[in-house]
Design a protein around this ligand. Sequence first.
Ligand code: FAD
Length: 430
Amino acid sequence: MERDARPGAFSARGVVSVVEPECLEDVRDALRDAEARKVPVYPVSTGFNWGFGTDAPAQSGQALLRLHKMNKVRRIDLDQGWAVIEPGVSQGQLAEALTGSDFLLNVTASSQHTSVLGNALDRGVGVRRQRTDDVLGLEVVLSDGDVCRAGFWPRGDQTAHYRHGVGPSLLELFPQGNLGVVTAAVVGLIPVPERMYCLRLRFDADRLPRVVRWIARYQRQGTTAGVIKIYNEAAIEVYGGMRSAAYTMYVCIEGTAEVADVKTRTILEGARDACLFSEALVLPSDTDEMTVPEAALVRSYAGDPRGNDAMIDAVFGCPARDVETHSRFGWAFVTPMVPFSPEGLGPALEVLGAAEESDGITIGHTINVLPSGYVDLVVALRFERSTATAATVRRLLDQLHEGFGLRRLSPYRLDIDHMHLAASIRADPV
Ligand SMILES: Cc1cc2nc3c(=O)[nH]c(=O)nc-3n(C[C@H](O)[C@H](O)[C@H](O)COP(=O)(O)OP(=O)(O)OC[C@H]3O[C@@H](n4cnc5c(N)ncnc54)[C@H](O)[C@@H]3O)c2cc1C
């Protein structure tokens, strides 16, 4: 079954069958059947893995298991802050279920229709932290149809949501692996802050090294919350905004009302004294006055992914569900993990400097500073779908992977055409 015939960033794959289970027992049957026929299985949750291959497997000849019909929120615990969800539960669906509660979901910048669990299993990154940090427990069906649970799983009403258990933990076996199909996860939630601000700071490209040192101090001292996002001007355009300064940085600040106010004042006064910025301000709480991507980000920090779909519309020129079939734009990501220092970012930016934009292709980069102190550098390529641009994009992707690879800046996640790099990235250097 040949699937994607439209020119895109990745070569087309065929699948031998498509199965859409509706419950745990259906998944067990599907895996036993595949095992009997010796057909490899490729599971997707909602299958919106845009930029990495969408719902296509890395190799042809697999059975595609689409889990979007398993979309129950099985349980939410609003005392401790966790939810048990199935693969088809979208971030919009879970965020909606939490409306008005004391907890929020760590949402990504992608569509509200994307799966929380699917994204976490590919180690996706939300605006609060990497999604793997949200995963407390997994329910998994193994290839022989057996069901196992790893990490924390609620038993009775008063079990603490402690994910590590005793002895080695099995949780890490399942993200980005093929040892089982995940049919549910316990996802940790984030307490709603009493007060939250989003700051916007703009600066010229030559100031980046000094800005990195300046903001790192506040981040390390716990003044900022969640992921600090620094977009270059092409990235702002790629996500549907308008080019302005060379770099635009967004910083989330939160806490009790008094603490959030003091932190905000501290950073704004620090910005004024540093003389690095052409603009440093607190964004208004009314998102109607903002550009589409800015409004989406501010809402996302507050756990609401619904603004993201206006951005998806702007980016692709059509709603999320039609992106693969109707959009005249294609998309690809390269996502190396980079140290958050001028010395760490310098080599990464050299690689980007060598990757030239051409007609119909825009290359943006976002420096996502994770709370753990390193950078998820998201290089986004947006292009007009044509045979010529698709060929250029494939060459650019190879060039970027080679450039980052030579500098040992390994991606945290791979697209389907570069999955073979996993073995060399994982190789033990000893
Ligand atoms: C404009 C734009 C913004 C984006 N922003 C972000 C962002 O901020 N952060 C981010 O991380 N991504 C982002 N993306 C990329 C992508 O859209 C998201 O990562 C999306 O969540 C992935 O699709 P999905 O949730 O449908 O997961 P799926 O495609 O269903 O799954 C992802 C992968 O996980 C594995 N998997 C899924 N379900 C299972 C299962 N049940 N058992 C075992 N393995 C499974 C599969 O190998 C699959 O390929 C963005 C894309 C665009 C175009």
